[in-house]
Write a protein that binds this ligand. Structure first.
Ligand code: SAM
Ligand code: SF4
Length: 334
């Protein structure tokens, strides 16, 4: 593939990782993510398959070597496998990794095709193994389907990493059991602090659980040996000596991880957000639908590099405060 100038922001961070939201829709309604009556976007506002593909090629040409498809739930988009197959053809030719973040409700159906298209790893969100708690948290009784999806992914040869949002008084007491189960199945698990993104029913502050507390509790039970590896991402990893498995912590609120940030996010409507926690935005859909899409896209990406902020400014400490960002995670792409 023809290469142009790499993406480097004003703080000399090289941007090589794109998180691309392919839909804002979802078949679950996780209570920390969206309200039950979530207002989804009209379909015409969402990028077409061709636009998503063209956009991805534009990023690959600028040195993006890793693309993660996300949402909303990427697997509810009907033509998603076409995009996966089209992008999969660029693996080894500029693109080094193509991956997916999913709730796994439809993973059983797609696991083999994902692997055949060149995907090797998926992230699956799983906050609980208790069916009632799952139904309470996601407002849908879908745990058996999700577990089936995880098994199918493993059988297909996909490496599965689990993500769990740690929630006070909800899945809090279950966290050690979740880790044991994940490690027993051969999956790494990453814990995430709930972030103030978009309005939900109720107040997230009630369920905010600092991972510093969780870690201290886990250290009473297990030996956690820090691992030096980082992915340029926000997770810090340890090995749990007793289970032999890997455990990650994503702590946007208790510690800042922006220094080594190598990523940007694009919404399903083609809005590029250079920071998950910031309001800065560049309209790529306008560029794509203009008379000179290549040139417009090029300058839009340059603009994104110019405005990428040094760090986010999340704060979840004030009860009843408005979210730090009005956008839901399902819009920006988790
Ligand atoms: N639907 C897919 C899934 O759940 O994996 C992909 C999109 S989802 C928005 C991506 C991740 O964001 C999930 O792991 C979810 O738990 C997490 N998430 C959503 N809202 C969040 C919030 N307010 N704070 C922290 N994590 C959140
Ligand atoms: Fe859907 Fe993922 Fe948000 Fe849950 S976290 S509602 S699965 S987008």
């Amino acid at each position: 593939m023809k290469k142009s100038a790499p993406l480097v922001d004003g703080f000399q961070r090289r941007i090589s990782y794109l998180r691309l939201s392919v839909t804002d829709r979802c078949d679950l309604r996780c209570s920390y993510c969206m309200p039950e009556r979530m207002q989804f976007l009209p379909r015409r506002e969402v990028l077409s398959l061709e636009e998503l593909y063209k956009l991805s090629l534009g990023f690959i040409a600028r040195g993006v070597s890793k693309i993660r498809l996300t949402g909303g739930e990427p697997l509810v988009r009907r033509d998603i496998m076409e995009l996966v197959r089209a992008l999969g053809r660029h693996l080894g030719d500029g693109l080094e990794e193509l991956t997916l973040t999913t709730n796994a409700t439809q993973l059983a159906e797609h696991a083999d095709s994902l692997f055949a298209a060149g995907m090797r790893r998926v992230n699956v969100s799983l906050d609980t193994l208790d069916r009632d708690m799952f139904t309470q948290l996601s407002r849908r009784d879908a745990l058996p389907q999700v577990l089936e999806g995880i098994t199918a992914a493993k059988t297909a040869g996909l490496k599965v990493k689990l993500n769990a949002v740690a929630l006070k008084d909800l899945n809090q007491d279950e966290i050690p059991a979740l880790i044991e189960w994940a490690h027993g199945q051969g999956h790494a698990l990453t814990l995430i602090e709930v972030m103030p993104l978009g309005e939900v029913d109720g107040d997230r502050v009630d369920h905010y659980l600092p991972l510093s507390d969780v870690r201290a509790q886990l250290e009473r039970r297990w030996t956690l040996s820090p691992l030096s590896e980082t992915t340029g991402g926000p997770a810090r990893y340890v090995k749990v000596e007793e289970t032999g498995g890997k455990l990650g912590f994503i702590t946007p609120l208790t510690s800042n991880f922006c220094e080594g940030c190598n990523r940007i996010r694009v919404t399903a409507t083609g809005q590029l957000y250079p920071c998950l926690g910031g309001g800065e935005r560049v309209d790529l859909r306008g560029a794509l639908r203009s008379d000179d899409p290549d040139a417009q896209l090029e300058s839009a990406l340059n603009e994104a590099m110019r405005i990428k902020p040094e760090r986010h400014h999340f704060d979840i400490s004030r009860r009843g405060a408005a979210p730090a960002q009005p956008r839901h995670m399902s819009v920006t792409g988790g």
